[in-house]
Design a protein around this ligand. Sequence first.
Ligand code: 5GP
Ligand code: ZN
Length: 138
Amino acid sequence: MAQKLTDDCIFCKIIRGEIPSCKVAETELSYAFMDIQPLSEGHTLIIPKYHSKFVHEVPEEHLADILPLAKKIALAIGAENYNILQNNGSLAHQVVPHVHFHVIPKPNATEGLGVGWPAKTPSIDEVKKSADAITQKL
Ligand code: 5GP
Ligand code: ZN
């Protein structure tokens, strides 16, 4: 199965062992390790062994490997409440340009992920128009 790593990416270097990391688990296609600046105890990152910035650039075989691994790690962490987060693009809070999935325990109101949720109130017609536009391009 295809791996694709680059020379100048910190997460590619972590996969290759050129930068140290606190490894949690590894498969042929994925690598999981502790976040160096955790939002809560247990905060883990899961990355594909395939360098790309955006999740839509990752081969499906890698994506298919990641979510079962995230499930296992979430169970191993044992948090009753947690978030799985994956940011795409700097406006969307992505800092490291190698796709990564966060598993972030939410032990209480102050630790873990804080989420702003600026909900809009469109009409049902506007919602349906959005659905149709997406469906047509699938
Ligand atoms: P993003 O905002 O891009 O979704 O999150 C990047 C995450 O990577 C942050 O939570 C940050 O703490 C973590 N991170 C950045 N550099 C390193 C590193 O060198 N080692 C580890 N273990 N985590 C890192
Ligand atoms: Zn990379």
